[in-house]
Design a protein around this ligand. Structure first.
Ligand code: GLN
Length: 485
C-alpha cells in the first residue's frame, strides 16, 4: 500500500472499514509526519497525544457505520474546540481555551473524526497569505518561498503536505478557495447558512462560512455532507433539504448550461490563467455541457464593497476583545487605559487597519456615503447573479488572478493583497456556493485553480461539475517533501 498519509479520505475510510488499517496506525502516521514538518509552521496547537489516545479508544470499540470512522483531522484555529486552545491566529486570544465546541467541529467528531490539532491562519482570518498571523507565516509545501494563501493558509499547507487527510477552513472573501488554488487542493465555500457559524470566531458575520478542504472532489463532498447541518444555535442557519453529497456525486453534466462571465477577464491577468480557463471551458464542453457567454456587470464593484462591509462587521465583532472577557489583558492605570493597552498590544496591524476602516465607514458622518452605499451595491451584485442564474446552472471562472506569490511580496501593499480576492469576494457578497479545484500549473510549476460558482443550495451541482473536470484533468500535485530533513 502507498504511504498512509498520501491516501485520500475516501481511501482511508475504506481501509478502516475493511480493517486493513486501524485508526491508531493512521493517526500515528499523520502525527509522525506532522512532527517532521515543523518547518512549514502549519500548527498553532498540536493535540497529538490526545489524538492517539482517542484513536486507540476507537479501535477498542470501533463503529464502522460512522462517516469518518477514527479519521484524524486538523482544523483551522478559528473553530472553538472545547478544552483545546483556540487563538484565531491572534495574540489577544493566545491563552483562550473555549468551554464549548463549534457546531461544525462537533458534527465531524460525532461522525468519528479525531482532532489532530489547530492550524495556523491569518489573524481573525484577515489576510490572503497567512502572513498576518501572530504565530508567524506558513510556508507553501510547493515551494519554500511561497505563501500558501490565506486566511486558511495553515489548513491548505497541512493538507497539501499530507499532514491531515482533509481539513476545514472558513471563507469570508475567498479564504478557502484562494489557498486551495495556491496549494493544488480542493476547497468549497458553501451557501451562506449551510454550515453553522456557531462557535466560529467571527470576522464578518454576513459573509463568514465554514467549508471543506480536501485532496479531491469526492472527499470534499463527503466532508461537506458531515459539516453542513441546520443549527438552532445560529440564527442565520438555514433549514433546507441537504443532499447526501458524496452518494449523489456523479460526472454527468451533459446538457448543463455553464456561464462564462466576461467581467472576469481582468487587465494584466497572466496568460497562463487565461489558458487555464480556456482549458477548463474545453473540458466541460467535452463532457457535453453547453457554454454561454454571460455578464455580471457589477463585478468591478465587488472588491470595494467587500472592503467596506467586511471591516464594518469586523470592527463591531472585535469590540468584544477588551481584556475583560477573553484572552490577553495588558496592565493599565485604570479601566480605559487597560482597554487601550490590551487592544493596542493584542491586535496586529492588519486587524487594526480593518477596525479603523470599519469604524470610519460606520461613523455618523460617513455611514450613508460608505456603509449604506456598499449595502446597496451588494444587492446589485446579488441581482446580477439572480439574472444570470435564469440562463445558466453554474459559472466557470479562474479562482485567483495569479498563482501563489512570494512571502513578503505584498505585505507592504495592502491594495495589491486585497486585489487577490477579485474572483472570490462576489460569491460571498451574494451568499452563493463556490468551489476551487486544481486545474493546471504556471510556468514555475505552481498550481492554478478553477472556480465553479453555483446557485444558492446547489452544492451538489457544482460538486458534480468539479468532479467531471477533475476526471478530465487528472491533476497531480508536484511536491518534493523538501522540508523533511
Ligand atoms: N483575503 C480576504 C480578507 O482579507 C478574505 C479573508 C477570508 O475569506 N477570511 O478579508
Amino acid at each position: 500500500m502507498s504511504e498512509i498519509t498520501s491516501l485520500t479520505l475516501t481511501e482511508l475510510v475504506k481501509n478502516i472499514k475493511e480493517k486493513k488499517l486501524s485508526s491508531t496506525e493512521i493517526t500515528k502516521a499523520f502525527v509522525e509526519r506532522s512532527q517532521k514538518s515543523k518547518e512549514l509552521n502549519t500548527y498553532i496547537t498540536e493535540d497529538f497525544s490526545s489524538a492517539i489516545e482517542k484513536a486507540q479508544k476507537f479501535d477498542d470499540k470501533p463503529n464502522f457505520d460512522l462517516k469518518l470512522p477514527g479519521i484524524p483531522i486538523a482544523v483551522k484555529d478559528l473553530f472553538c474546540t472545547n478544552g483545546v486552545r483556540t487563538t484565531a491566529g491572534s495574540k489577544i486570544l493566545n491563552n483562550f481555551i473555549p468551554t464549548y465546541e463549534s457546531t461544525v467541529t462537533q458534527n465531524i467528531w460525532q461522525q468519528g473524526a479525531i482532532l489532530l490539532g489547530k492550524l495556523n491562519c491569518d489573524e481573525f482570518a484577515m489576510g490572503s497569505s497567512n502572513e498576518t498571523s501572530f504565530f508567524g507565516n506558513v510556508q507553501n509545501p510547493i515551494d519554500k518561498n511561497l505563501v500558501p494563501g490565506g486566511s486558511s493558509g495553515g489548513s491548505a499547507s497541512a493538507l497539501a503536505a499530507n499532514l491531515t487527510p482533509v481539513t476545514i477552513g472558513t471563507d469570508t472573501g475567498g479564504s478557502i478557495r484562494q489557498p486551495a488554488s495556491f496549494t493544488g487542493t480542493v476547497g468549497l465555500k458553501p451557501t451562506y447558512g449551510s454550515c453553522s457559524r456557531y462557535g466560529i470566531v467571527a470576522f464578518a458575520s454576513s459573509l463568514d462560512q465554514a467549508g471543506p478542504m480536501s485532496k479531491n472532489v469526492k472527499d470534499c463532498a463527503l466532508l461537506l455532507e458531515v459539516m453542513s447541518s441546520y443549527d438552532k444555535k445560529d440564527s442565520t442557519s438555514i433549514d433546507f433539504n441537504r443532499s447526501k453529497y458524496s452518494l449523489e456525486l456523479n460526472n454527468n453534466i451533459k446538457g448543463k448550461k455553464i456561464g462564462i462571465p466576461k467581467e472576469y477577464r481582468v487587465d494584466d491577468m497572466p496568460i497562463e490563467i487565461e489558458e487555464l480557463w480556456k482549458k477548463g471551458i474545453e473540458h466541460v464542453k467535452e463532457c457535453g455541457a453547453e457554454l454561454v457567454d454571460i455578464s455580471l456587470p457589477h463585478t468591478n464593484y465587488a472588491l470595494p464593497t467587500y472592503y467596506i462591509v467586511a471591516p464594518a462587521e469586523a470592527s463591531s465583532n472585535l469590540a468584544r476583545y477588551d481584556g475583560v472577557k477573553y484572552g490577553f489583558r495588558s496592565h493599565g492605570e485604570n479601566l480605559i487605559d487597560m482597554y487601550e493597552k490590551t487592544r493596542s498590544e493584542g491586535f496586529g496591524d492588519e486587524v487594526k487597519r480593518r477596525i479603523m476602516i470599519g469604524t470610519y465607514v460606520l461613523s455618523s458622518g460617513y455611514y450613508d456615503a460608505y456603509y449604506l452605499k456598499a449595502q446597496k451595491v451588494r444587492r446589485l451584485i446579488k441581482n446580477d447573479f439572480d439574472v444570470v442564474f435564469n440562463q445558466v446552472e453554474a459559472i466557470l471562472t479562474p479562482s485567483t488572478p495569479s498563482s501563489a506569490f512570494k512571502i513578503g511580496e505584498k505585505t507592504n501593499d495592502p491594495i495589491s493583497m486585497y486585489l487577490n480576492d477579485i474572483f472570490t469576494v462576489p460569491i460571498n457578497l451574494a451568499g452563493l456556493p463556490g468551489i476551487s479545484i486544481p486545474a493546471g500549473f504556471d510556468k514555475n510549476d505552481y498550481p492554478l485553480g478553477l472556480q465553479i460558482i453555483g446557485k444558492a443550495f446547489d452544492e451538489q451541482n457544482i460538486l458534480n461539475i468539479a468532479y467531471s473536470i477533475e476526471e478530465k484533468i487528472n491533476f497531480k500535485n508536484k511536491i518534493t517533501d523538501w522540508w523533511i530533513k
